[in-house]
Design a binder for this molecule. Structure first.
Ligand code: SF4
Ligand code: SF4
Length: 562
C-alpha cells in the first residue's frame, strides 16, 4: 500500500492523468493498477499479454507470458469486441496491428510511464529492463515522468552481476540467447517538455517482506529468483491447473513459496501442498534454489503457526517413529485390505486418505514381507567382490518383496554378498513430505544405526525415492546432532541405485536372454533422474539386456504419483 501511495503521490504532484505501464510482477504484487484507477488515473498496460488480460479484467497466469491461458480465438473475440470489427483468429499479424494501433495512441498521450526492472545496479544507479516487444523502452522514454517500481531483490552490486542475469534470463524464460531489447537507464533522461530539460524520474524500492527474507537462513535463497518462470513451465501441477489457481501473481514452485511471504499464511495454506516433490523445478532453476525443500519448509511454517497439525500428519509421524508399530500395522494391512483389494491393487484408499486420493490405485501389501522371506533367501557368497546392504524401504519390504528376490537372482552371477539389515525401517520421506521433520529425523537416525555404512561397500536401493532421500536429505536432516556427521556422509556416499550398480560398478556385459525384437519404452522416476542424477544407466541397462529401447516424449516428466 505504501508503494502504491508513493506512486500515486508522484502522479498527482506532476499533474498526471494518463499512465502507461510496462509488465511488472512487482506492481502486480502490490495491486498497483487497482490503486491508481481508484485514485482516478487512467492506466494502460502496454505489454501485449498484460494489455489483453487488463481488457479481460484478469490477473496474469504466468510471470513471463501473462496471457498464456488464452487461445487466439479468445483473443480474436476480445479484439472484435473492442474494435467493433470481426477479427480473424488465424491472422495473428492483424491482431498485433490492432494492439499496436491502440497502444501507440496510449504512449503518445501518456503523462507518466511505470516500469519494473529486471535488475538495479547499486554501483551506478542503473536500471535494466529485458523485453521483447519494445514497450518497456517506450514506457520509460516517451512520457515526461518515469517511475520504476523495483523489489529490493532486484538490487545487484555491479554490472558483472547484472550481465550474469542477462545471460540466463532470456535463455530460461523464453529460450532466447538474448531478448529483443535490453534497456539500460542511468538517471533522468533528457526531455524537451520539462523546465530543466530532464524527465521526472523516481525509483520506488519495494520491501514487502524481502528484507526479512534476506536475513532468513533457510529462505534467503529465494531472493536469487530472477522471475524466469521456468519452475512453472516444468511443474506438472502448473501444467495441469494453470496460473490463476495459485491465487496470486507468483506461480509455479516459486509461487508456492513467495505467496507465503508476500501474500500471507492463509493464501499460502490453500496452495502449498500442490507439490509432488518431482524436483523438476530445482533442476531448471538458474538461481540454484532448492525449491522443493523450501516448499516443504513453508508447509511446516504454516502448520507451526496454526498450532495444529492435520490428524493424518500426526498419525503418520507417530507411527513412522515406532518401527515395531509401523511394521505391525503393515502386516495387519494385508488382512485389512482384503475387502477393498482387487487383484494386485486396492480398489480405493483407506478412508483417512479417501477423498483426495480416490483417483489412485495403490498396490496391495504383500502376504509375506521381505524381512520374513529373508532367512530363506539370504545368499551366502564365498570370496565376494562386493558386500552390499540392501535398503529396501517400505515398498520393497512390504509391497514388492519379489523385486528383492529378483535382485538376488541377478547378483548371484557376480559374487556380490547382499545383506538385509533387519532393523531398517521406512526411509522417512513420507514424514518429510508431511512436514513431520521431527519424525523424519528420528527415522533417519534409526536407519543410520541399522545400516552401518562402514561395514559395506555400497548401500543399494531399488526405490529411487528412498535413495535420493538417504543421499540428499539425510545429511541436511542430521546436520544438527553431534557425532553423526561422518557416518551420515559415509552413508550418503555409499548409496547407489540398482541400475548404476549394475552398469557402473559391476559393468555387466551385454546379455542376450531377452529377444532383441522386444521393444520397450522407459519412464524415468523423478527421484532417479533428478534426485539421484541417474539418467543414462537405466537406458544402458535396457540396451545391455538385449531389449530394443525406444525413446519416447517426456520420459522424465513426473508420473503424478507424488
Ligand atoms: S525460482 Fe528459479 S526457475 Fe523459478 S522463476 Fe525464479 S529463477 Fe526462475
Ligand atoms: S517439485 Fe515438482 S511438483 Fe513440486 S513445485 Fe517443483 S516442479 Fe512442481
Amino acid at each position: 500500500q505504501e508503494a502504491n501511495r508513493i506512486i500515486a503521490g508522484i502522479a498527482e504532484q506532476n499533474g498526471v492523468r494518463k499512465i502507461v505501464k510496462g509488465k511488472s510482477m512487482t506492481a502486480e504484487e502490490t495491486f498497483l493498477n487497482d490503486h491508481l484507477e481508484a485514485e482516478g488515473f487512467q492506466v494502460t498496460e502496454t505489454d501485449l499479454g498484460e494489455w489483453i488480460i487488463q481488457l479481460r479484467h484478469e490477473g496474469p497466469s504466468h510471470m513471463v507470458m501473462p496471457a498464456i491461458h488464452l487461445s487466439r480465438q479468445e483473443v480474436a473475440e476480445l479484439f472484435s469486441k473492442i474494435t467493433g470489427t470481426d477479427q480473424d483468429p488465424n491472422d495473428i499479424q492483424g491482431m498485433v496491428k490492432v494492439a499496436r494501433g491502440r497502444l501507440r495512441q496510449a504512449f503518445l498521450e501518456a503523462d507518466m510511464g511505470i516500469s519494473g526492472a529486471n535488475f538495479a545496479i547499486a554501483q551506478t544507479g542503473t536500471l535494466g529492463l529485458v523485453t521483447n516487444e519494445g514497450n518497456g523502452r517506450l514506457v520509460t522514454t516517451l512520457p515526461r515522468v518515469h517511475v520504476a517500481l523495483v523489489g529490493f531483490d532486484k538490487l545487484v552490486p555491479d554490472l558483472a552481476s547484472a550481465l550474469r542475469i542477462l545471460r540466463v534470463l532470456p535463455r530460461n524464460a523464453t529460450g532466447q540467447l538474448i531478448s529483443t531489447y535490453v534497456t539500460w537507464i542511468t538517471g533522468a533522461t533528457p526531455s524537451s517538455v520539462t523546465a530543466d530539460g530532464k524527465k521526472v524520474f523516481h525509483v520506488v524500492f519495494l520491501d514487502n517482506g524481502r528484507l526479512a527474507l534476506a536475513k532468513d537462513p533457510i529462505f534467503a535463497s529465494t531472493l536469487r529468483c530472477i522471475r524466469c518462470g521456468a519452475c512453472a513451465n516444468v511443474c506438472p501441477i502448473y501444467r495441469l491447473v494453470g496460473g490463476h489457481n495459485y491465487g496470486h501473481v507468483y506461480i509455479g514452485a516459486i509461487g508456492l513459496i513467495l505467496t507465503y511471504f508476500y501474500h500471507g499464511r492463509k493464501n499460502a495454506r490453500a496452495i502449498v501442498q500442490n507439490c509432488l516433490n518431482c524436483q523438476a523445478c530445482k533442476a531448471v532453476c538458474p538461481g540454484g534454489i532448492d525449491l522443493p525443500r523450501l516448499i516443504k519448509e513453508v508447509y511446516r511454517n504454516v502448520l507451526q503457526t496454526e498450532g495444529s497439525k492435520p490428524l493424518r500428519n500426526r498419525l503418520l509421524g507417530r507411527v513412522l517413529k515406532d518401527r515395531g508399530l509401523f511394521h505391525f500395522l503393515l502386516r495387519r494391512a494385508w488382512l485389512a485390505q482384503k475387502p477393498v483389494s482387487d487383484g494386485p491393487y486396492l480398489r480405493h484408499m483407506p478412508m483417512l486418505f479417501g477423498a483426495e486420493h480416490s483417483f489412485r490405485r495403490l498396490p496391495v501389501v504383500s502376504a509375506k514381507p521381505l524381512r520374513d522371506r529373508w532367512p530363506r533367501i539370504a545368499p551366502t557368497v564365498a570370496a565376494p567382490r562386493y558386500r552390499i546392504a540392501l535398503f529396501a524401504g517400505c515398498l520393497v519390504d512390504f509391497v514388492y518383496p519379489e523385486q528383492a528376490e529378483a535382485l538376488l537372482r541377478l547378483l548371484a552371477d557376480y559374487r556380490v554378498q547382499v545383506e538385509f539389515p533387519m532393523e531398517q525401517t521406512c526411509c522417512g520421506l513420507p514424514a518429510k513430505m508431511m512436514a513431520e521433520n521431527e519424525a523424519a529425523r528420528e527415522v533417519a537416525i534409526q536407519n543410520l544405526n541399522a545400516v552401518d555404512p562402514a561395514g559395506y561397500d555400497y548401500v543399494l536401493t531399488l526405490c529411487a525415492s528412498c535413495g535420493s532421500h538417504l543421499k540428499e536429505n539425510y545429511p541436511k536432516l542430521l546436520a544438527g546432532p553431534p557425532g553423526l556427521g561422518v557416518k551420515v556422509a559415509q552413508l550418503a556416499s555409499k548409496v547407489i541405485d540398482f541400475s548404476s550398480f549394475m552398469v557402473d560398478v559391476l559393468q555387466i556385459p551385454p546379455l542376450s536372454h531377452v529377444g532383441a525384437s522386444d521393444m520397450v519404452a522407459y519412464h524415468a522416476p523423478c527421484h532417479l533422474c533428478r534426485g539421484l542424477g541417474v539418467t543414462q544407466e537405466p537406458r544402458e541397462l535396457l540396451a545391455r539386456s538385449g531389449l530394443d529401447y525406444v525413446p519416447s516424449k517426456e520420459e522424465e516428466v513426473c508420473c503424478g504419483f507424488g
